[in-house]
Design a protein around this ligand. Structure first.
Ligand SMILES: O=P(O)(O)OC[C@H]1O[C@H](OP(=O)(O)OP(=O)(O)O)[C@H](O)[C@@H]1O
Ligand SMILES: O=c1cc[nH]c(=O)[nH]1
Ligand SMILES: [Mg+2]
Length: 216
């Protein structure tokens, strides 16, 4: 079987609504942040389907014993937010996955060259085998930042097939790079936009996700 990058755009009205709010240039920072929180919640909910490890148990109800499918708490789960903008999705992802460990990765693009560089790396030297990793990265534009993220993760033992990316706006250049380098990876995004302009912004996009989240 040939592995292929899978990109899902869940056709959910709540995701569509909050994407519209986030895109609107008139949305103030405080509401933009709420929109990102809501998008983080619903995209995480969608992304953990067939990814969260479960176990079959038996529970005693007040009336009888019955089978129960529960989250297996022994399988390690990690959330990797890509600073700064990925922080906007973190809190709600953590609400959905309360047992996850959080490993921050701070990346910034050079505004002229658009090349990503790393200014904070809190990843462990090695991830335990079988770790499920959820990356929160709202913008997949030229793909430089997500490719650097995947490289840092895979050299620490992360399996791309056990990795999920949640993004808000994904653009073809980033998806193209991921599909060549990491078949088997799965992306959940609120939209796939047309392209990236000469300044590295996704069009129509939503502008600078980091600046709009933090009011800078
Ligand atoms: O696919 P790429 O072309 O690499 O672009 C995507 C990156 O650009 C933005 O980061 P930015 O450098 O603006 O940092 P910020 O999150 O601190 O605003 C965004 O948050 C992504 O991390
Ligand atoms: O459109 C874009 C592209 C990269 N990063 C952003 O925040 N917005
Ligand atoms: Mg930014």
């Amino acid at each position: 079987m040939t592995l292929q990058l899978r990109v899902y755009v869940p056709p959910h009205p709540l995701i569509q609504h909050w994407l519209g709010v986030a895109r609107d240039a008139d949305t103030p920072s405080v509401l933009f942040k709420s929109a990102m929180t809501e998008l983080g919640r619903w995209l995480t909910y969608e992304a953990v389907r067939e990814w969260l490890p479960t176990e079959e148990l038996t529970v005693q109800t007040p009336l009888a014993t019955c089978p129960a499918t529960m989250i297996n708490p022994t399988v390690p789960i990690a959330i990797v937010p890509i600073l700064r903008a990925g922080l906007a999705l973190l809190e709600s992802a953590q609400t959905v996955l309360p047992l996850a460990s959080i490993y921050h990765l701070g990346l910034v693009r050079n505004e002229e060259t658009l090349e990503a560089s790393c200014y904070l790396n809190k990843l462990p030297a090695q991830f335990p085998p079988g770790t499920r990793v959820l990356i929160t990265e709202p913008m997949l534009a030229t793909g430089g930042s997500i490719m650097m993220t995947m490289s840092e993760l895979t050299k620490r033992g992360v399996d791309p097939a056990l990795t999920r990316i949640i993004s808000i706006v994904a653009a073809p250049p980033a998806l193209q790079k991921l599909s060549v380098a990491y078949p088997g990876l799965v992306v959940y995004t609120a939209t796939i936009d047309e392209g990236v302009n000469s300044q590295g912004f996704i069009v129509p996009g939503l502008g600078d996700a980091g600046d709009r989240t933090f009011g800078t």
